[in-house]
Design a protein. Structure first.
Length: 239
């Protein structure tokens, strides 16, 4: 019917600058100045459209866990997926998303500072989701002496994954390995980059769950929240 409302996603994405911001954030979490450089528009205009995207729920913002004066913008992937689904259903009820297929033989490296929480969680979840079709590794720029106990716990209790005797390792140990994609999960690692050969680079700005509270018991809810966000992002990862 001519009077049917235009879906929220279409209203937001129809503007060329907002679409450019969405597609840029689909590649990686970005700071405002990086988005300004990517789309070639003034900062006040970019900030205005980011506010609209945040008010729609398609984009969210998180303070940098390295420099709290800075912020990273990222897509709310589940909200975007719902919005795309609603838009498709509004156009034709038979339109459905294609099933995710993991390509065999691709290699992914997850990086954070200590390799004791975020990056080993991501490594385990991608290996599990892809049924081992994707070659996955993780490492840290300054690896901790041992894995955080809540890392193994959240993988075991929420995802049925046994981490075994996995220990943190240094990125230096992977210098000779080639990766198709390198994903940094820590703002500090991302803001002090090193060379990764021909690998594509993506950043997911995630807080360190181990610093959320003083005791392991108190940090566990944050481990569950961060693991859930990592699992969601992996579910939408394309290789």
């Amino acid at each position: 019917m001519a009077g049917d409302p235009v879906p929220m996603l279409m209203r937001m994405a129809a503007h060329p600058l907002r679409w450019a911001l969405l597609t840029e954030l689909a590649r990686s979490d970005r700071r405002v100045r990086e988005l300004v450089a990517a789309v070639g528009e003034p900062q006040n205009l970019v900030s205005y459209h980011l506010r609209l995207l945040r008010s729609s729920g398609l984009v969210d913002m998180r303070r940098s866990n390295f420099d709290g004066r800075d912020s990273y913008y990222h897509l709310d992937l589940m909200r975007c997926a719902t919005a795309f689904g609603n838009a498709a259903a509004a156009l034709h009820p038979a339109l459905t998303a294609a099933q995710h297929k993991w390509p065999a033989g691709k290699s992914v490296l997850f990086l954070c500072t200590g390799n004791s929480a975020r990056s080993p969680i991501a490594e385990a979840l991608l290996h599990h989701r892809s049924d081992g079709r994707v070659h996955v590794a993780s490492a840290g720029s300054r690896p901790k002496p041992s894995m955080h106990p809540n890392t193994a716990r959240v993988l075991r209790e929420d995802y049925g994954i046994d981490l075994g005797g996995r220990q943190p390792k240094s990125i230096d140990a992977l210098d000779r390995r080639r990766f198709d994609l390198v994903i940094t999960l820590c703002d500090k690692v991302r803001e002090f980059p090193r060379g990764y050969g021909s690998a594509a680079l993506t950043h997911w700005s995630l807080p360190d769950p181990s610093t959320a509270a003083e005791t392991d018991r108190a940090t566990y809810p944050e481990f569950r929240r961060v693991a859930k966000e990592i699992d969601t992002r992996i579910g939408f990862l394309t290789l």
